[in-house]
Each structure stands twice: as structure tokens, then as C-alpha cells.
Design a protein. Structure first.
Length: 283
């Protein structure tokens, strides 16, 4: 445990992992999700929550941004580190990760990442500890968005870079339905204007760029209204054939007809006023 990066002592250790946040119903829910995820991966090699191609497309889009804005030897924090798949691409960085799944943290530590157990709104790191923070598929889950992003930004050095990836214009109907087996999953969705307004107007940062990522021929992601019998199955069949025959055309047509599944936003930390102290702040 690198004490230079932490602002407080852990509550304790489990399996040599420092624990900084108390367990509650929210963390228990996430342990259930991560347990189901890892059980499926070990049994079948398949992520039960997302298709492999979509997962890889999304990850590669974020990896490209981390590569663009990082420099060897810099310190990077992954909030919601998961299996450390993203950080495994950056062995020349000083890599730290936090999550609320001990199973994930064990995997991340095995990949050479210094890890701890902590909620996003309860990060134990000292102020201005990191050159870069990456946070992928996390802030759509958190209970307190403002507090979580305040804590994340507090760990960044002045002019440090935060890379966030979130679902883009997602339909949340399933997560609010009785069919969803988990109480806490995606609690909000985003688009480019909402991300810009939040990080610039509320968090006082500069949005450097946004990138759209991960396309698939899903009927629910169509840009144009198309309704006909067996629409989704037919779209998948047509695009599967196109992918096999001419991949460049397949990619071009995906972007023409379908919305992306994820969006990345690159944020630069500026002179920052916590949301709770900002004038005219609203929850």
C-alpha cells in the first residue's frame, strides 16, 4: 500500500486489500452483479451483460484516449477498475484502482494494479494525487452523482485529465421494471450536452473532447423509425452478412443508421469549486 497516495487509514484489510468504505445495501447489490459476471465468465468465457464485440469497441475507444493524454511514469487512477482490463494496456503508468467488489479487486491486483475497496463518493486518496483518472461505466450507477464527481476530481492534479465513459442516450425502462434482478443498476443516462453542462457548468472543468463509441445493429438504436415484422432479427442478419462481405462498409453503415452505445468525455480540471459551495448550485 503506497501511503503517499492515501489521505486516511483503512478501516481494515480483507485478503490484503485495504477497505475504506462501509458495506451497505448498495455495495451488496454490486457484489451480486460482479459475482454473477465473474461466474459466467469462468463458466462460459462470456460476459452475460454485454456482447464481446461491444465491450471491446467501448474499451478500445477509451484506451485510445488514455494513450493520447497520458505520459509514461504518470500516476493514473481507475475508479471502478473492475478486472483492470483497461489498465493492463498501460504498464508504464503507475496504476491504481478502486472498486466495491473484492472479487474484481483481486483480479486487478493480480494484474499489477494497486487497489483498494472504496465507493466513488468516499475515495480515500489525497487531493491532487493523480495525473489522470479514468472512470468507465460507473457514474450512471452512483447514488450521488455530484458528490462522486467532486471526490474524483479532488484526486486530480491541476490541469489533470479525467476520462469518463458512460452509456449514450440509453433507454432505462428495463432497469425500472420488475424484470430487472438488481435494485441498483443504471440510474441515469447521458448525451453530449448533458455531459458538457455537468462537467463545465456544475463541476467547473473544461471538456476537451467527446467521442462516440460502440455500434451494433440493434433495433432500439436506430436513428430512423423503421417498423416491420421481425425487424430486429432481419437487421442483424443483413448486417451480419455485410460484415462478412465488406467490413469497411459494415462499419460505415452502422454509424449511418444506428446510435452509438457509449460516449467518452475528456475533462480537464481547472480551478475547481466544489458543487456544494458553488453559487446558484442545484441538486
Amino acid at each position: 500500500m503506497n501511503l503517499d497516495f492515501y489521505s486516511r487509514e483503512p478501516l481494515g484489510f480483507e485478503q490484503e486489500i485495504p477497505i475504506f468504505s462501509e458495506r451497505n445495501a448498495y455495495t451488496a447489490n454490486y457484489e451480486q452483479i460482479s459475482g454473477d459476471h465473474l461466474a459466467a465468465l469462468r463458466e462460459t468465457g462470456i460476459n452475460p451483460f454485454i456482447e464481446a464485440d461491444i465491450w471491446n469497441q467501448a474499451e478500445q475507444s477509451t484506451i485510445a484516449l488514455v494513450r493520447k493524454y497520458s505520459r509514461p511514469g504518470e500516476a493514473i487512477l481507475d475508479v471502478g477498475v473492475g478486472l483492470a482490463r483497461l489498465l493492463s494496456h498501460f504498464p508504464t503508468l503507475r496504476r491504481f484502482g478502486t472498486d466495491i467488489s473484492l472479487q474484481y479487486l483481486q483480479e486487478a491486483r493480480a494484474n499489477g494494479v494497486e487497489v483498494c475497496y472504496a465507493l466513488a463518493d468516499d475515495l480515500p486518496y489525497r487531493d491532487e494525487a493523480f495525473d489522470m483518472v479514468v472512470c468507465t461505466d460507473v457514474i450512471e450507477h452512483v447514488l450521488d452523482l455530484n458528490r462522486s464527481c467532486e471526490r474524483i476530481l479532488s484526486t486530480l492534479k491541476p490541469d489533470g485529465i479525467l476520462v469518463v465513459r458512460v452509456p449514450y442516450r440509453e433507454d432505462l425502462t428495463y432497469y425500472a421494471s420488475p424484470e430487472c434482478p438488481y435494485r441498483y443498476v443504471h440510474l441515469r443516462t447521458f448525451d453530449e450536452p448533458s455531459l458538457r453542462l455537468f462537467f463545465e457548468r456544475v463541476m467547473g472543468c473544461e471538456v476537451v473532447e467527446t467521442t462516440l463509441a460502440a455500434y451494433a445493429p440493434y433495433g432500439g438504436r436506430l436513428k430512423f423509425p423503421l417498423n416491420f415484422p421481425k425487424r430486429d432479427a432481419l437487421l442483424r442478419r443483413v448486417f451480419s452478412l455485410l460484415k462478412a462481405v465488406h467490413p469497411p462498409t459494415y462499419q460505415a453503415m452502422l454509424r449511418r443508421f444506428f446510435l452509438p452505445i457509449e460516449i467518452n468525455v475528456v475533462v480537464r480540471k481547472r480551478a475547481w469549486v466544489p458543487h456544494s459551495e458553488a453559487p446558484c448550485a442545484t441538486s
